[in-house]
Design a protein. Sequence first.
Length: 345
Amino acid sequence: MASSGDEIDRNALIDVLTDLFLAVEGAKAEQLAQVFGNVVLGFFSRLEDSARLELAERLGDHQLLPRELALRLAEDEIIEIAARILEASPVLHTEDLVDLAERKSQDHLKALAARLNLTAPVTDILVRRGTNDVLRAVSDNRSASLSSDSFDTLVAKSRKDEELQESLVRRHDLPPDPARRLIPFLSRQIRERLDSIAGHPRLIQLLTQCMADEVKAQLRELGASQTQTESAINAVTSGEATLDEVAIFFAKNDKPVDLALLFSRVGNVAETVTTRLMLKGDDAPLVLLCRALELSPAAFAQIVKMRSRRLRLTGQQAQHSLARYEEMTPEKARAILSGGHKAAE
């Protein structure tokens, strides 16, 4: 009846066959599974979407769903149908998953990425082919095994993806080397929450060590360049160089400590204050100080670039800072500062 050309209610037939399939247990169930698969595959191409969806919903995680039928459903272009099989079917082999991962759409890959106990041959393909949504889904799947190469790729692609960074940080199996490469990319928000979200204490230890190493490197650099810094600042105070020239030089060479010292000397402000302003997320006090010193917008733009790199500011934040600087006049900035405005603190 199923294979004939006669008009029949195939949806009703699927209902009856599925009810029968689910009702039988034991040895007979295995025999019936083969017959069930042959019958359904015989008219599979003529099944309506709703019938295929019902099959996937009712049999997606069934241990005896015929493998060939599972593959046909997993390849379905309607992702709601395919996802039921890709995420849960126990009858698909690793080679099936590898083949599907190599050929199917990003929606299929995302569904597959949520599957429990994925092996490295499958996740390698998902990481290589997947968009950011797929990469996040793979990283969020704690039961998925990831190779060293996949971890390296995920870390590299997480540079501008905070969600992916957090997914990686939460993994207990993140190896030390990829973890070290991940740390410089971490956003300030993730660093601040690392104690509560890190999947392994090793990450916290690595971050602490890296931060200590960074401070030591800055101190070594400061000591090595102290003479050059003093000479540059003296050139400004003596009129041999302009404030703009030295500020741009320090900003382009990523020297926030030197900039803070420059503004401290020129503006007669405590160095502890200017250092805090230089590395503070809120730029309002820095705008006031630089405007009061009559630093040009071009020089301030270089400082914004440096701060954006160090503080991981967004492009919108940087543009807002530049716009605020353009709107502020030196006279207004000096008036606010001399009046003891809170923004100067």
